[in-house]
Design a protein. Sequence first.
Lengths: 327, 429
Amino acid sequence: MAVKNLLEAVRETLHDALARDERVFIMGEDVGARGNVFLITKDFLEEFGSDRILDTPLAEASIVGVAIGAAMAGLRPIAEIQFADFIYPAFNQIVGEAAKIRYRSAGGNTCPLVIRTPYGGGVGGALSHSVSIEALFYHVPGLKVLAPSTPADAKGLLNAAIEDDDPVLFLEHKKTYRLIKGEVPSGNHTVPIGKADIARAGRDLSVITYGLMRHFAVQAAEELIKDGIDVEVLDLRSIRPMDRDAILTTATKTRKVLIVHEDNKFGGVGAEISAIIAEEALFELDAPVRRLCGPDVPAMGYSKVYEDAFMPSPERIAAAMRDLAAF
Amino acid sequence: MAKVTMPQLGETVTEGTVGRWLKKKGEAIAKYEPLLEVETDKVASEIPSPFGGIVGEILVQEGDTVPVGAVVCEIIETGAGSAGGNAGAQTAAPSSHSTAGASSASAAAAAPSRISSAPPAQANGVRYSPAVRKLAREHQLDLGGLTGTGRAGRITARDVVKAVESGASVRLSPSASSAITSPSARPHGSAPSPSAAVIAHAGEDDTIIRLSPMRKTIAERMVQAATTIPHAWCMMEADVTELSRWRDREKAAFKAREGVNLTYLPIVVQAVCRALKENPLVNSAWGGDHVIQRKHVNVGIAIDVEEGLVVPVVRDADRLSLAGLAQSISELVDKARRRRLTMPDLSDGTITVDNTGALGNIASVPIINPPQAAIITMEAVVKRPWVVNDAIAIRSIMNLCLCLDHRVLDGAVASRFLSSVKKTLEAYP
């Protein structure tokens, strides 16, 4: 298998899907002539033509709205929101329309739409290029929310999303694009939606996380094993549907759970995870469920000091792990 | 390791005397929880801990005087990163001294993200995690015999697993094992369940009657009331001869006019309302560290139904006429018999009237309906030889019994209240 970074894995997957399936097309801001701001779709316009690589105005509601119509008419659109920070104008199209189409038409229509968007901080993106949006969307029935953290999972889940008959919000953490490298299976590799991945097996406590934090958690766990503390790291990969079985299995196994995410703490994905554990596995717990998350402030600042204060780091995750291990 | 120093208690004070340590070595302490008392020539003050953690070495003994700024004790901080991998090494001998009250207060004061430093799962081992309790129950293990390796000597699930694996288990007898879930392990403030009491075992020829939800509720509330409220009892005799005659004269007309029977119950409720106006403290509830005096007078009426006992409430009973009271009570009785009472019908009572006389009783000791502070009974009206103006007469007598929550009320106010009810009934109409 070839080693690729996450950005290359996404690019390869998009390219192969366009080549494989004529129904697939890409639309978004700067996806054509510019080849995407991260150069993910570089040269796609020349190869696949302007009918399948569509540069759009700066109008997110229209990008998603047009894509919904195309999806209902039988195509497989991949809409790109240039940065997750700009998705809000499309909120109504995603939540009010796309997520409800199957239900409101009693299964008569589906909406096989993929919305890709880069999210997350740690790259000096400041106020409007650092946001995490998963908690705003994972609440919505009818919408799938994926957040892969490795190049292989990015490929496997993006293929699964394109094949899925319902709308999928596909979140790509900006900092993982070039930072994270790994072996990527060739061909039409897919990963089932809704299945978590044990990134590291352990017996003393469990970290449940996703996205960039998976890598920070594994890094912290490798520090702690030097002191004999053996940490299990569960990467959700799919935020909705959420893998309840995997969450309960790891909670029951180690009896101590630390949830880590970069998104704000209040009402975040961690709240649902801890509620699942409280409802289903209370009598297996040996410690209160803990959460290490971004602070409840409106945005990540540009200053490195502010950014560092916002982002959970491997050091802070390690400290939280030690604290829970000692409980 | 953080150091606690002798504080400067006043601008001119240069030294302080340790009066009393409020925490022992090895005990958990939350930030700002009282740690010691310091006496100066001017005052004695409680000193809050500047750190959260475990009390380490105590360096100044009670009665000793040291200069301001001298280290008096050490605190092992339990914040991020301090614990290290070897949890066992930091375990000081856990004290058996209960700090339940202090710890619950400190838990409320601590920052939510620092659960570890405030001990909701009690550090000195009196509270166990759900996993520990489950494992102990499964393996019939006496947790008292284990040494904990968790923070501040907490017994962890791993400790239990290890003990089971090593075979060094201290088995409990079946009855003793229930102690794990007995009242001492309950969260603060929840009602004791009937199962915590002595439990009888059925013989072969006994019949087992399953508990209806109502029976279960009655059982729980009675245990709660009887075990948590200090009851006191008093009784007065009311001469209701005139009232009885008036009622005999009026009842036919009343029925024709109002559509409901004129019984003694609404009359007593009316007398109770009047007595509450004169003694408003009786219309109160115990609030933990205060007494809540209720503005509304909502009188609960104890009603027997097939499955047990219900106490629906006549709201603002003090604002109703006798006919209004009779009407309301009649409706509640009807609803109770047809099982049509709703939660609002059963909520917010401030005192209860129990018509025990309807069943022929002449004296009873009722249990207070919490969170009320008093319950009054009206006993059977019985003709008795009675001394009136130094002569023996035959009079109709009704006993009135009152049980009071002695935390809220004392005998004097209770007697004034009861006496007022008696006077109203004797002066009727």
